[in-house]
Design a protein. Structure first.
Length: 136
């Protein structure tokens, strides 16, 4: 007769082997969530900056667009290791168009275990320059 085999401890071994994989999976999901939220906030900041730039005199567009973009990103908690905000007048013929481009290298704080490379996100928005603005 054969003795009955006991699988005592097999569940513990499986848990020990799978725990690191599950932790990495959770960190990966957190990383993707942060990237998605940062991209959405960058788009919103670019939209607000383009609208603000379209409402001022052309010589003040760059300053207005940059200040609104930086303020919006700070209010929404987007932390970038490197941030670049560009405001360009695309079309000078009536109707003029102003475009704002925001480039951000997302801060990966707290995700060092994953070892992700810095992720560069970009968002742009364009607005028609308001020809009836007050300071024309």
């Amino acid at each position: 007769m054969q003795k009955a085999r006991h699988d005592r401890g097999s569940m513990s071994v499986e848990a020990v082997l799978l725990a690191p994989v599950l932790v990495l999976f959770v960190l990966f999901v957190v990383h993707l969530g942060r990237l998605g939220a940062a991209q959405t906030r960058l788009i919103a900041a670019a939209d607000h900056a383009a609208r603000a730039a379209s409402l001022v005199h052309p010589r003040n567009m760059a300053a207005a667009g940059q200040s609104v973009a930086l303020e919006n990103l700070a209010q929404n908690g987007v932390s970038c290791d490197a941030l670049d905000v560009r405001v360009d007048v695309v079309n000078t013929i009536d109707p003029g168009i102003v475009r704002v481009i925001i480039d951000c290298v997302v801060d990966n704080g707290g995700l060092n275990l994953l070892g992700p490379v810095p992720r560069r996100l970009s968002a742009s928005s364009a607005e028609v320059i308001d020809r009836w603005r007050v300071d024309s």
